[in-house]
Ligand binder design. Structure first.
Ligand code: M6R
Length: 364
């Protein structure tokens, strides 16, 4: 049932190319540059969007915020469902509330949706599990089609959720006239590349390099993860994954925040994972790397293939396939999934059943 893999988590990491193919399939039309999501809601009726979710799904929502605001120019806020449901949200019929959930059974997200509906919002679920409770509560569903996810640590659902957010951003941008056909077509092509790029991320030499790095730092007590822009959530997701399955304490920050506090943590014992792939802000991230080095921190840099400048100051480098910045969170996170996977297994942890965690949180 694990298809030759030792764990469900590893199987699901390797299923990502096919899961993503299923997420994107039939929805992107190269010829017209249009995105067809079979959503009945009127994309021009929203004045604002609120994304609600928990855990990993919340981080997918943060990527969604970035993409939707950039491409569709609608104000987006993202909230954890457990906060949203109790904070008397400001909602009208011009608000679209998007719930992101793998299981479709998370109680906080379900209750947050109910709250939004009481205030008259339009609701959309970005959901994996067919026929789950949430699919019946929302006005419309965008299935991510990642297939069943058994491992408690979410992997393929995350990359599929992020891809779904990208498609939503493209759909909204095109329908609202903020994204021109040419740019739309460029991003659509970039999205289409995702299954292949993730496949490349899983090449044996790349995986072996990540396993080596995991082994080198597995005794660390703490980890720091940094990323910027559309990859700030990648850092958050990398830290969550490491905490969940290896039980190593990890924190994540938007790289520009480092100076505002976490820099005090840096010493020779702290591995700092920096997502430093191609970006219009890469130079700034590279100076963050130098700042960590100046304080004797250990830098593990996630860098685009061939970018020696970004790799130069790092102690260890994880090269990842080059991807358009807007789609890069899907590619980059795979390296961090593998880093936590190998850290945990080298420490002898049960990654499919991490202590104290349940696959879906159906009680408050
Ligand atoms: O089923 P959901 O997507 O609603 O679950 C949300 C979170 O409970 C879930 O993502 C959790 O954070 C995972 N253990 C992350 O690996």
């Amino acid at each position: 049932e694990k298809g030759g893999f030792d764990t469900y988590m590893l199987k699901e990491i390797y299923e990502q190319p096919s899961a993503l193919t299923n997420t994107l399939m039939g929805r992107l039309h190269d010829d017209t540059g249009e995105v067809d999501l079979d959503i009945d809601l009127d994309p021009s009726s929203f004045k604002r969007i609120t994304i609600i979710a928990c855990g990993t799904a919340y981080y997918a929502g943060l990527v969604g915020e970035y993409l939707i605001e950039q491409l569709a120019r609608v104000p987006v806020e993202v909230d954890v469902a457990s906060e949203y449901r109790y904070r008397q949200p400001l909602v009208s019929e011009n608000t679209l509330v998007i719930a992101v959930s793998q299981s479709g059974e998370t109680i906080d997200t379900l209750e947050a949706i109910r709250e939004a509906k009481r205030f008259g919002a339009q609701t959309l679920g970005v959901i994996n599990a067919k026929g789950s409770s949430m699919t019946r509560e929302v006005d419309d569903v965008l299935y991510i089609h990642a297939g069943p996810e058994i491992g408690v640590a979410s992997t393929k659902a995350y990359t599929a959720q992020v891809s779904a957010m990208l498609m939503l951003a493209l759909w909204l941008g095109r329908a609202r006239g903020t994204l021109d056909a040419e740019k739309g077509a460029e991003l659509l092509r970039a999205a289409r590349e995702l299954p292949r790029l993730v496949e490349e991320s899983l090449q044996p030499e790349r995986v072996a390099n990540i396993e080596r790095i995991a082994d080198k730092y597995k005794r660390a007590r703490d980890y720091l993860f940094l990323g910027r822009g559309v990859n700030a959530p990648t850092a958050l997701e990398g830290a969550l994954k490491l905490k969940e399955i290896s039980y190593i304490h990890a924190e994540a920050y938007a790289a520009g925040e480092m100076k505002h506090g976490p820099i005090a943590l840096i010493d020779e014992n702290l591995p700092v994972v920096v997502v430093a792939t191609e970006s219009f802000l890469l130079e700034k991230t590279v100076s963050n790397i130098q700042e960590v080095k100046a304080r004797s921190g250990k830098v593990i840099a996630v860098v685009s293939d061939g970018d020696e400048e970004a790799a130069r100051y790092a102690d260890d480098v994880i090269y990842v396939p080059r991807a358009h910045e807007m789609v890069s969170p899907v590619v980059n996170v795979v390296a961090l999934q593998l880093l936590s996977y190998y850290t945990a297994t080298l420490l002898g942890r049960d990654v499919d059943k991490p202590r104290n965690l349940a696959k879906s949180v159906t009680v408050e």
